[in-house]
Design a protein around this ligand. Structure first.
Ligand SMILES: Cc1ncc(COP(=O)(O)O)c(C=O)c1O
Length: 455
């Protein structure tokens, strides 16, 4: 049989949300009102929203059907058992503790394991993970492989951890837990290889320290393992996921990413004593252990989403459509993190706008320009997000990136073609762009609410 080359969306559109067109003048006014912070721009004022892939995906007809099956019993709802079984099918950890989203799971685990004087390594902590580690008084350490910090390096697993650096930290510091983020969101949506995860596991075993996964994008990570790592080409995706889980002692999860939910998450653990402590905190702030932070209907949507997340036709389309955007920007001479990650294309704003120094926020300047010119909303992952230090001082982040995150099953190829056209237009006028300064900011997670002024 002839194998056709075009990879199509493996779904038809079932209901649509209108997009309201806006003019450049309207967007310019909107930017002024929002203090040049795109988190403060109302959704209806955005044409193509690439701010995040978190909770922004389209649900399938089976997920919508699941909402109708939602059992809202306070204790022991049928939806809880379906949710728990779907989680354990892929991640066979002993205890599953449902939360309203990923950061709630992080808050609970770091409240129990973090404390002043302790250090918590990760390939790269995501912003909420870092903030929750630091809130506990512990130090959040990023230990990516050196290639992860070179946007143009084509290493196939730039999400990997530097295992020698990890061994040194384990020998020198008081480490209660090691984390691995799959895929490495802050580092460019880059995957972690099974080989690296195994080496990290060995280092943790030698030090007697547990290893937890921040597994939001586990399915995309598994797809990259299948494509790029020797020995996995014929392994079914669910088996790759289970092998990943078998190398860890637990996980935190935001069900708003690969599990295709609009809300939800969980903490899963093997250790009975640790799970007991975490459940006690869950009841204080989230809810009873058989729903935690989720409605029964949300647990149904996530249970079904987990089955769809490991479908190979879906993953082939998902990863290829992200790559399509990245390849087009690369061809246009726009510096992007290569190879292209799973859920997003990351533009290297420091290379794109060399006239703007890191402390004048080149990533924010580029994100603002993409909104002004084309109504595209995306996020800075750089000095605005990571530059403010716990002592109140400011330093350039390791990289200044702009992330174009692709919501799951939401936009079509013509939306992506429009994004490419806008990026090319902004690239032609890049030399005219100037930086920004911050005029108002909170003490933590400043990127969500800071206000800026153009310089
Ligand atoms: C790698 C990673 N960890 C944790 C989180 C936090 O999840 P949530 O937004 O559900 O709190 C995110 C969300 O963007 C993430 O990308």
């Amino acid at each position: 049989m002839h194998a056709f080359q075009t990879i199509i969306e493996p779904f038809r559109i079932h209901s649509v949300e209108p997009i309201r067109m806006t003019t450049r003048e309207e967007r310019e006014q909107e930017l002024g009102r929002a203090g040049y912070n795109l988190f403060s721009v109302p959704g209806p004022r955005v044409l193509v929203d690439l701010l995040t892939d978190s909770g922004t995906g389209a649900m399938s007809s089976e997920q919508w059907a699941g909402l109708q099956r939602g059992d809202e019993s306070y204790a022991g709802a049928a939806s809880w058992f379906r949710f728990r079984d779907a989680v354990k099918e892929l991640f066979p950890f002993e205890h599953v503790i449902p939360t309203h989203q990923g950061r709630a799971a992080e808050k609970i685990i770091f409240s129990v394991l973090g404390a002043p004087g302790k250090a918590i390594p990760n390939n790269t902590h995501f912003d909420t993970t870092r903030a929750n580690v630091e809130f506990s008084g512990a130090e959040a350490l990023d230990l990516p492989v050196p290639e992860a910090l070179v946007p143009s390096s084509r290493h196939p697993f730039k999400g990997n951890m530097d295992v020698d650096a990890l061994r040194r930290v384990l020998a020198e510091r008081d480490v209660p837990v090691v984390f691995m983020t799959l895929t490495n969101n802050s580092g460019g949506g880059q995957p972690v290889s099974m080989e690296n995860l195994r080496a990290v596991r060995e280092a943790c075993d030698a030090a007697g320290v547990p290893l937890l996964l921040d597994a939001c994008r586990f399915a995309e990570n598994a797809w990259f393992v299948k494509l790029r790592e020797d020995g996995y080409a014929d392994t079914p995706l669910p088996e790759i996921v289970r092998e990943t889980a078998s190398l860890a002692d637990g996980m935190t999860m935001s069900a708003k990413k690969d599990p295709l939910g609009n809300i939800g998450g969980w903490l899963a653990l093997d250790d009975d004593g640790l799970a007991e402590q975490c459940r006690n905190l869950l009841i204080l702030t989230e809810g009873f252990p058989t729903y935690g932070g989720m409605a029964g209907r949300d647990m149904e949507a996530v249970a079904q989403g987990l089955r769809e997340a490991v479908d190979e036709d879906y993953l082939r389309y998902r990863i290829r459509s992200t790559e399509y955007l990245g390849e087009a920007l690369d061809r246009a001479g726009i510096p992007v993190v290569l190879p292209v990650g799973g859920h997003a294309v990351y533009i290297d704003a420091r290379a794109f706008l060399p006239q703007i120094p890191p402390l004048e926020y080149p990533g924010q300047a580029l994100a603002v320009a993409l909104y002004r010119e084309g109504g595209i909303r995306c996020s800075e992952i750089g000095t605005v997000m990571f530059g403010l230090q716990p002592d109140g001082s400011e330093q350039p982040a390791a990289m200044d990136l702009v992330r174009l995150a692709i919501p799951r099953r939401t936009y079509t190829q013509s939306h992506v073609d429009y994004v490419i056209e806008v990026c090319r237009f902004v690239a032609e006028h890049a030399a005219e762009l100037r930086g920004l300064r911050i005029v108002e900011q909170p003490p933590v997670l400043r990127h969500f609410t800071a206000r800026f002024e153009p310089l």
